[in-house]
Design a protein around this ligand. Structure first.
Ligand SMILES: NC(=O)c1ccc[n+]([C@@H]2O[C@H](COP(=O)([O-])OP(=O)(O)OC[C@H]3O[C@@H](n4cnc5c(N)ncnc54)[C@H](OP(=O)(O)O)[C@@H]3O)[C@@H](O)[C@H]2O)c1
Length: 299
């Protein structure tokens, strides 16, 4: 990650969702670059564990600040801490999200709403506190982790699809709104299936847990895509081999897509288990489930 020539010292970053999956892998990758990193998520315990790993990877500094992205004041505190401690904020990676499985008619309203809120209002809250800092610095890069499901629809994942379509619209709008400040860039990364704990942390009302559809990427591979946008900002970056093909199928032959998506999803993205309805980590952190990797083989 380049540091502006008039600002000596290691790069500085804040990461949401830093205690698990793609956010944690991104924090580790930044640690390897010797960055100063502030890690944000709701649960302190997994954040502390992640921070220890980030320090061990070579970070100049790794701090934790527990905050919920739905709490704008908490986010303001985290961003303020980063600026106060590091002197500036070069990069913000936004990876916090929650997921729920089940038909829209079966997912409890509060669960549906929280999944959408976390991605949509969480991103808007973060933008409201980060962009004024970037404008003041006249520089800064925001990377939002979206999903292939920001481009296409999939049954049994309605709240998450709505959340990710909304987040895509929001981020594309933010990209247009910061065009007046050339020093600020905003990139969006759309992963396909990734081996992270999100699948067994998710709420479910469908009688089973979900799993990542193949080809399953490692969180480290997606973290490389995230950091590639820092070196070369782009509006939208794919991190999934078949993403362009699936998106083209959804747009160009919707009849065929709709015919295939249900059976294929049941075959490749639903676990063969039997679980009672659960809220998962939708309303509260479940630190024991947070880790960099999930339990699937990845490429
Ligand atoms: N895994 C995939 O296959 C995949 C595919 C496409 C896109 N994505 C996207 O990639 C991003 C990261 O997902 P992941 O798979 O890495 O998930 P993950 O392993 O479950 O990590 C989610 C992180 O977000 C935090 N978090 C959840 N709700 C939060 C809230 N309200 N406020 C602050 N932090 C919160 C979690 O910690 P706490 O619970 O302690 O807060 C955790 O650190 C998400 O945007 C997801 O939609 C993932």
């Amino acid at each position: 990650m380049p540091v502006p020539p008039d600002q000596p010292g290691p790069p500085t970053a804040l990461i949401t969702g830093a205690s698990s999956g793609i956010g944690r892998a991104s924090a580790l990758a930044l640690g390897e670059r010797g960055a100063r990193v502030l890690l944000v998520a709701r649960g302190r315990q997994a954040l502390e564990e992640a921070a220890r790993e980030v320090r061990a990877a070579g970070a100049a500094e790794a701090l934790v600040c527990p905050a919920d992205v739905l709490d704008e004041a908490g986010l303001r505190g985290a961003v303020g801490t980063a600026v106060e401690r590091f002197g500036r904020l070069d990069l913000v990676v936004h990876s916090a999200a929650v997921m729920a499985y089940g038909r829209i008619e079966d997912v409890p309203r509060e669960t549906f709403q929280r999944v959408v809120d976390t991605s949509l209002h969480g991103t808007a809250n973060l933008a409201r506190v980060v962009l004024p800092v970037f404008r003041e610095q006249r520089a800064g890069h925001l990377v939002v982790v979206n999903s292939l499901l920001g481009n296409v629809a999939a049954p049994l994942m309605g709240s998450y699809v709505a959340a990710k379509w909304g987040q895509l619209g929001l981020v594309r709008t933010l990209q247009q709104e910061v065009r007046d400040e050339p020093g600020i860039s905003i990139s969006l990364v759309q992963p396909g299936g990734v081996d992270t704990p999100i699948y067994f942390q998710a709420a479910t009302s469908m009688g089973s847990t979900g799993r990542p559809p193949p080809p399953v990427y490692s969180p480290q591979r997606v973290a490389r895509a995230v950091l590639s946008t820092v070196d070369r900002p782009r509006r939208v970056v794919q991190a999934g081999l078949f993403n362009p093909l699936i998106t083209a199928g959804f747009r160009l032959v919707p009849g065929v897509y709709d015919l295939l998506v249900g059976p294929l999803l049941t075959l490749m993205a639903v676990a063969n288990d039997d679980v009672p309805p659960t809220e998962g980590n939708v309303f509260e952190s479940r630190p024991a489930g947070n880790a960099t990797e999930g339990r699937w083989r990845s490429i």
